[in-house]
Design a protein around this ligand. Structure first.
Ligand code: SAH
Length: 244
């Protein structure tokens, strides 16, 4: 089958987002197109993504990122994206939910510099890109237990993610991990960490992205009590010795 034209890919993206309840305004579509160009251009000189083909970027990065809208509303929410890389899922979420306040966190300075340029180019407001590790950012005054939503895609396993993400979630808020279809075992192994850190599994939403066979599982964990002050542990420890 011939590759879809750009117009076809854009229309597919619009239909997919509409099925999540998102109507793409002109400004948003322009921002996505500009994002694509900046991403692919910068990717030539910096390792940002293995996915560069137009149709694939639209589905696997843009549509996938905003599929979060299936499980929570982002309107007016404060959102932290841990290990955002080239901005996924945080930047697409900000594009389609302009009223959200977004913090993008990554441990690699060059990716953060890319994001600072990108968010400026896209004229996004109320979004910041911060260089740092989650383990250290949690000690910055005002950051701990201060977000409505904490999201993360392709960063680590659930026991580790629970320790990196839950400390930032305000009681009453949620962490949502973007996971693949084989999540059940991982979820099982994360039960203890989730409970210890003040979380409660609320929902495991499993679906395919519209008009594709790309599977996605969103693990939604509510913050039901405060996270003990000793978590997260020092940088690297959550990964080396996960709470099991
Ligand atoms: N979320 C993006 C990028 C995934 S790659 C996407 O789905 O495309 C993982 C990213 O997480 C890398 O950019 C890496 O620098 C960052 N990362 C890994 N551990 C981290 C930590 N402890 N704190 C902050 N960023 C971290």
């Amino acid at each position: 089958m011939a590759a879809p034209t750009r117009k076809e890919s854009i229309e597919k993206m619009q239909r997919a987002m509409e099925s999540f309840g998102i109507v793409l305004e002109d400004t948003m579509l322009k921002q996505f197109m500009q994002y694509y160009e900046v991403l692919v251009q910068t990717n030539k000189v910096m390792n940002l993504t293995a996915i560069t083909e137009f149709d694939e970027v639209l589905m696997k990065h843009f549509v996938d990122s905003v599929s979060l809208a299936k499980v929570v509303s982002c309107k007016g929410q404060s959102i932290l994206d841990i290990g955002t890389g080239a901005g996924f899922p945080g930047v697409p979420l900000k594009i389609v939910f302009p009223s959200a306040r977004v913090t993008l966190l990554d441990a690699l300075q060059k990716r953060v510099s890319f994001l600072q340029t990108l968010t400026g180019d896209l004229q996004l407001e109320d979004i910041r890109a911060v260089h740092g590790r989650a383990e250290e950012f949690a000690a910055v005054p005002g950051e701990r237990e201060s977000y409505d939503l904490v999201v993360s895609r392709a960063v680590s396993g659930l026991p580790v993610l629970a320790e990196l993400m839950l400390p930032f979630v305000a009681v009453g808020g949620k962490m949502i991990a973007y996971k693949s279809a084989e999540v059940l075992e991982e979820l099982e192994s994360a039960q203890r960490a989730i409970e210890l850190l003040g979380g409660k599994v609320e929902n495991v939403e499993s679906f395919s992205l519209p008009e594709s066979d790309i599977r996605r599982v969103l693990v939604v964990i509510s913050k039901v009590k405060n996270t003990p002050g000793k978590y997260p542990r020092r940088p690297g420890i959550p990964e080396k010795k996960p709470i099991l």
